[in-house]
Design a protein around this ligand. Structure first.
Ligand code: ATP
Ligand code: MG
Length: 376
């Protein structure tokens, strides 16, 4: 599923005029990727906001990125200059929106939020540019999905803080050159490779977010279980962390599910046994793979003889958009060595075959609804 397009400005007015209001943006931020457990993007967004760290010091992990950002912020504050444009890239749920929203809070500036797919034409972007105050942040999520006309419109805005607006048509047309305040664009993308070189080059600061370690996820889970006022054994937090695919959003979603499970089926305490039972019920295996991930692997095995197979073809067979597979399924499988990407397509690895066999046993049923893979 292509990720849902949302535009969040800081006020709820429907006047299309993104207001800039100090501090008014708490809790109204961002959209999440298609969520686990059939949640809508809007619901996921709300849940994300609830557990989002508010300050840079509360951000767990990504130490190198955070350290570099701290230096940038300190220098910016000392010089009283606007922050240079910043591009954040990495797979869904790793903290791009979180960092983008923490930064203006640290700087004490305003933020306006929009997303590439909402900006159909330059006129959609214009109000954000003209409203951007000195030093304020314009956060453009999914910036790789901005249409070329909008992209070209934003170049002079980012580089020279001006826009060229053409008024009228034909002989009467005239171009007005409008000056803008010095503002900061923070772009977020799951696909930095899809960004054009001129756009990428306009970001003087670029940071890549990578998957989290188990310890980091454990810390996030324990901290957030406190925020949700539930009792969590450290061993349970470790178990959930192990199965969260290196992704804080997953960790938070599994935390919520195990909490519900503990309330409904146990005495509310999330013990190791409770966590294991809750995750088993969701079909999450020891490596954190869910039904969709295993089905992806099995499709390559059963339909494409282990590969190589193109992502479009896999998507067609699974009836899932290739975009979704590339954004949400493949990055973790690649990192864990379950698949390989070759110029001719994706191929399955021996590790994946071994894992599918083990997962089938541990989940006590077929790894997915698909046919038994021919290769194992
Ligand atoms: N470093 C972190 N420390 C603690 N929690 C985090 C961290 N990074 C992300 N999270 C949690 O994970 C959730 C998802 O993060 P976020 O929305 O920032 O991801 P994203 O990279 O913007 O994803 P997408 O590409 O889908 O927009 C947040 O609600 C937050 O609670
Ligand atoms: Mg985001």
């Amino acid at each position: 599923m292509a990720r849902k397009t949302t535009i969040s400005s800081m006020d709820d007015d429907d006047d299309g005029d993104p207001a800039v209001g100090g501090g008014a943006w708490d809790g109204v931020l961002s959209r999440g990727a298609a969520a686990a457990g059939g949640m809508s993007a809007g619901e996921q967004e709300q849940l994300d906001d609830e557990l989002r760290p508010a300050r840079l010091q509360d951000v767990v992990g990504q130490r190198d990125v955070v350290e570099r950002l701290m230096i940038l912020l300190e220098a910016t504050k000392k010089r009283k200059e606007p922050l240079g444009h910043l591009l954040l890239d990495g797979p869904p749920g790793l903290g791009k929106t979180t960092l983008a929203t923490v930064i203006p809070r640290e700087l004490g500036t305003d933020i306006q939020i929009t997303a590439g797919p909402s900006l159909n034409a330059p006129k959609d972007l214009l109000p954000y540019l003209t409203n951007a105050g000195h030093g304020s942040v314009l956060f453009i999520d999914e910036i790789h999905r901005m249409p070329p006309a909008v992209e070209e419109f934003i170049y002079p805005a980012m580089e020279d803080f001006r826009v060229d607006i053409t008024l009228g048509e034909g002989l009467n047309a005239r171009t007005i050159n409008m000056k803008l305040q010095h503002f900061t664009v923070i772009g977020a993308t799951t696909r930095s490779g899809m960004l054009t070189a001129p756009l990428r080059d306009r970001f003087i600061n670029r940071e890549h977010l990578d998957f989290y370690t188990q310890e980091e996820l454990s810390t996030i889970i324990l901290r957030n279980s406190g925020k949700l006022r539930s009792h969590m054994d450290p061993a349970a937090a470790e178990e959930i962390a192990m199965r969260s695919r290196g992704t804080p959003r997953k960790a938070n979603n599994w935390l919520r599910w195990t909490r519900d499970f503990a309330d409904a089926r146990a005495d509310g305490r999330i013990t190791l046994e409770v966590a294991k039972a809750a995750l088993r019920m969701k079909g999450v295996d020891a490596a954190g793979l869910e039904g969709q991930d295993r089905r992806y692997l099995e499709t390559i095995i059963t339909v494409f003889g282990g590969g190589p197979a193109g992502v479009q073809a896999i998507g067609h067979t699974m009836n899932i958009p290739a975009d979704t597979l590339e954004d949400e399924v493949e990055p973790f499988l690649l990192r864990e060595g379950f698949i390989q990407r070759t110029p001719r397509g994706r191929t399955i690895t021996a590790k994946a075959l071994a894992h599918l066999g083990a997962a089938e046993k541990s989940l006590g049923r077929k790894a997915s609804q698909g046919d038994r893979p021919a290769l194992f």
